[in-house]
Design a binder for this molecule. Structure first.
Ligand code: PHE
Length: 342
């Protein structure tokens, strides 16, 4: 560089082409600096061109000088535009600023009933239960007949059940899934079956036409009432607190014999009596019992060696208690102000 003497217009045009090509190939700041020194600096080629003007014949000097000046101005301008800095962003929107913080993405929350169901299932799963599911639209056979409801049992009445047709209905409890699980598998069976159930009941603060249940079933050799009690006490201690107590009362369900209902010591007043437990100190939380032999038979579990226990608990009721909510309808209205609290 600098050794060569540019004197003709052709040489100048050749130089122009070379300079432009080099400028186009600059891809970073280091190359840009080298380019600047080579062509535009104090001792750069484009400046030294003008220095050689004095040696040129008078008539040629004017055209050559004008072209050399023009070349330098153009190159300086193109160089200042720093094309290598935006190369690669050509295709993109240049107004995009990747350093700005992102806009917040509005996120939903888990419905309190789903949360409750998840929490309950997690406890039973940790005890070795598996999760099973069944259809919400059931047949009369699975919902009633297989569960040992006598033909004219009042629960089959239109009052309680939403019938879809003569034989099809919306299940009134999750117990039909017991039959489906027994039909498919062999003992030992340890299953919990969460899901929605429907009842044709009056809608008020305490009851709704649909709600969530979790059914439990354990069928194996030598399953006894003591296993039922131990399992549910273990659950209550994990779900409520370590020193909660349970109370067992006799009850009746067609599909269990004997049948029981389980109350849990009120976790709010610790049994002292408060408005939530209606001053009894106890909360009714679930129905349970030893699986009726007719139900085992309907599920295809044969042989005298197998016995089982089953239980069914209401998710909505536990959620009302746990979150201190006084109106069950809030769970189904999907009012965002309510749901955002969970
Ligand atoms: N299916 C009963 C109900 O809906 C609850 C239950 C389940 C009772 C299993 C005993 C055994 O009320």
């Amino acid at each position: 560089m600098g050794d060569q003497n540019y004197t003709s217009i052709e040489e100048l045009e050749k130089l122009t082409a070379e300079v432009n090509l080099e400028l186009e190939h600059i891809s970073d700041d280091a190359q840009a600096e080298a380019f600047r020194i080579k062509y535009l600096g104090k001792k750069g080629l484009l400046r030294s061109l003008l220095k050689s003007l004095k040696d040129l014949p008078e008539d040629h000097r004017r055209t050559f000088g004008a072209r050399a000046n023009q070349l330098r101005a153009e190159v300086e301008e193109r160089f200042k535009a720093a094309p290598w800095k935006t190369a690669g962003m050509e295709q993109r929107d240049r107004s995009f600023d990747p350093t700005l913080p992102g806009l917040p993405i509005p996120s939903g929350s888990i419905h309190p009933l789903s949360k409750m169901q998840q929490e309950i299932c997690d406890i039973f799963v940790s005890m070795g239960f598996e999760i099973a599911e069944g259809p919400e639209a059931e047949t009369e056979y699975y919902n009633f007949t297989a569960l040992n409801f006598p033909p004219h049992h009042p629960a089959r009445d239109m009052q309680d059940t939403f019938f879809i047709s003569d034989a099809a209905l919306l299940r009134t409890h999750t117990s039909p899934v017991q039959i489906r699980v027994m039909e498919k598998g062999e003992p030992p069976i340890r299953c919990i079956m969460p899901g929605r159930v429907y009842r044709n009941e009056e809608i008020n603060a305490r009851s709704y036409c649909l709600f969530g249940q979790i059914e439990g079933l354990y069928v194996d050799e030598n399953v006894s009432m003591a296993d039922l009690k131990g399992t549910l006490l273990g659950f209550a201690r994990r779900f409520f607190d370590e020193d909660t107590a349970i109370k067992i009362r006799p009850s009746f369900f067609p599909f269990t014999e004997p049948s029981i209902e389980i109350d849990i010591k009120c976790f709010l007043c610790k049994g002292e009596g408060c408005s939530v437990c209606k001053h009894s100190g106890w909360l009714e939380v679930l129905g349970a019992g030893m699986v009726h032999p007719n139900v085992l038979a309907a599920g295809g579990v044969v042989g005298d060696k197998y016995t089982g226990f089953a239980f069914g608990l209401g998710i909505d009721r536990l959620a009302l208690l746990k979150y201190g909510i006084d109106d069950i309808r809030l769970f189904y209205e999907n009012d965002m102000r309510f749901l955002r609290q969970f």
